[in-house]
Ligand binder design. Structure first.
Ligand SMILES: Cc1cc2nc3c(=O)[nH]c(=O)nc-3n(C[C@H](O)[C@H](O)[C@H](O)COP(=O)(O)OP(=O)(O)OC[C@H]3O[C@@H](n4cnc5c(N)ncnc54)[C@H](O)[C@@H]3O)c2cc1C
Length: 434
């Protein structure tokens, strides 16, 4: 498709913003990414599991070869209690791969982001501005002017807010709606933190089993860790004494020390204590996890995707995967509109965004609920959560059955780019959109 005059200004060069850029690029549509950090790829970042439906998108984008060697391969998952006693082990990631034809890829955030950046190719560097953040948006009948923190501005047809949980684009969108008499902000449920996460990367400890994903369950505490022969990625969860809406909480050194001390009795693998893991850490970070789902995902020529409109804890490893689904669905909608009209008016765009919001919000609600239940089961948040997680699930639901359920509920119905033709893989459970 030849390039049209349409230009999307994407705020945020994270995994979701980059997936949108890749999709628009393949659709022959112009874009500009605005990223507040000086570099798109940061030096550190969480371990992020790409599920098979995300890897299928990478395949559509021609990126699976680039992925090789960049992720920690995983085949099994082992659950233990805080004292290291094993409660369950099984080759669940192999079941997922057999079900869908694609493996789970356990990336570090920098390598995931690098992969999506590679997808854009050298010609796209002029379409990325780093070290500058969004300040404000002026919306006219025919387009948008995005004002930036360095005093400059960029013009486009739409703004896509992929700027994460603290989204400034979302704040501006809500203000614009408010000024037009729409009570968006008042209708939103607050984003709440119920859990902390201490995450990071550690050097490989030679006794550690590679390819196995370990998960510790216990009262108000839980951990997840996996390794290859070079590194270990982990996340350690603790329930907060009281839920908070202080989203930007910064933890002091003393608070981090208290957290580390509180896990000194915890095993993160049957043969690895949290203390030994901590001694081998290369970097760590303590933050609050956010849970929330926005009601309004668009207004006028502004639309949101990713963590800016759906937030969940990392317990089930679906935040990025869900955000990438929104990215794909949104690009499909934009491409669909633009294939009929190279200069759509605000009403036409609004109808496409409304459809996007209604479908993706409902799909995200299901994922957010599963993520919320998972962290509460893992941290034995109630007697019932302990009973289900520690007794019922391991004894009564086989790994194969559990992963068939996960495949049917979370993976097989996943969206892909409608307009990219590629020879895609499938497994035992056929994709709905093949
Ligand atoms: C420890 C941990 C483990 C996780 N594990 C998984 C996992 O295994 N699987 C999974 O699917 N998800 C996981 N997640 C969740 C996942 O990281 C998020 O869902 C994901 O990063 C959201 O992507 P995003 O692009 O929407 O937002 P972000 O990743 O937050 O990216 C937003 C980007 O926008 C930029 N930005 C912000 N504000 C501005 C501004 N004003 N102007 C310009 N740019 C701006 C930021 O610098 C950033 O680059 C994990 C999260 C954590 C913390």
């Amino acid at each position: 498709m030849s390039e049209s005059k349409f230009r999307a200004i994407i705020i945020g060069g994270g995994p979701v913003g980059l997936t949108i850029a890749n999709g628009l690029d393949r659709a022959g549509l112009d874009f500009l990414i605005i990223e507040r950090h000086t570099s798109i790829v940061s030096e550190s970042g969480a371990g992020i599991m790409a599920w098979p439906h995300t890897v299928r998108i990478f395949d559509q984008l021609g990126l699976t070869a680039v992925c090789e060697g960049r992720y920690i391969p995983v085949h099994s998952k082992t659950s233990i209690r805080l004292d290291g006693t094993q409660t369950r082990t099984g080759r669940i990631f192999e079941y997922l791969s057999d079900n869908h034809g694609y493996p789970c890829m356990n990336f570090s955030r920098p390598l995931l982001v690098q992969t999506l950046l590679d997808g854009l190719g050298a010609n796209s560097t002029s379409k990325i501005r780093t070290g500058v953040a969004i300040k404000d948006i002026e919306m006219t009948k025919n387009g948008v002017r995005v004002h930036l923190t360095d005093g400059s501005f960029e013009d486009g047809a739409i703004v896509i807010g992929a700027d994460g949980v603290h989204s400034r684009t979302r704040d501006i969108m809500q203000r614009l709606a408010e000024e037009a008499g729409e009570g968006f902000a008042k209708e939103e449920e607050p984003i709440v933190s119920n859990y902390q996460i201490f995450y990071g990367r550690a050097k490989y400890v030679p006794k550690v089993e590679v390819g196995n994903f370990f998960e510790t369950h216990g009262t108000y505490r839980s951990s997840q860790i996996s390794a290859d022969k070079n590194r270990m990625h982990f996340g350690i969860y603790r329930k907060l004494p009281t839920p908070t809406t202080d989203l930007k909480k910064e933890y002091s050194k003393d608070e981090v020390a208290e957290f580390v001390e509180a896990f000194s009795d915890v095993m993160v693998m049957p043969n690895l204590s949290f203390t030994e893991l901590y001694e081998n850490c290369e970097w760590t970070r303590l933050v609050n996890q956010h849970e929330g789902l926005m009601k309004h995902w668009h207004y006028g020529r502004v639309v949101l995707a990713g963590d800016s409109c759906a937030q969940m804890t990392a317990a089930v490893g679906l935040g990025v995967n869900n955000g990438i689904q929104s990215a794909v669905f949104l690009v499909n909608k934009i491409q669909g509109v633009l294939s009929n009209n190279s200069n759509p008016d605000t009403e036409t765009l609004g109808r496409a965004f409304e459809e996007y919001q209604n479908i993706r919000r409902e799909e995200s609600r299901v994922i957010c609920e599963i993520a919320a239940k998972s962290i509460r089961v893992n941290t034995w948040d109630s007697y019932m959560a302990w009973f289900l997680g520690d007794i019922i699930f391991p004894w009564m639901v086989s790994d194969e059955k559990m992963m068939t359920t996960a495949s049917n509920r979370l993976v097989r119905g996943a969206h892909k780019f409608d307009f990219i033709q590629a020879d895609l893989k499938s497994g035992k459970i056929p994709w709905v959109s093949s």
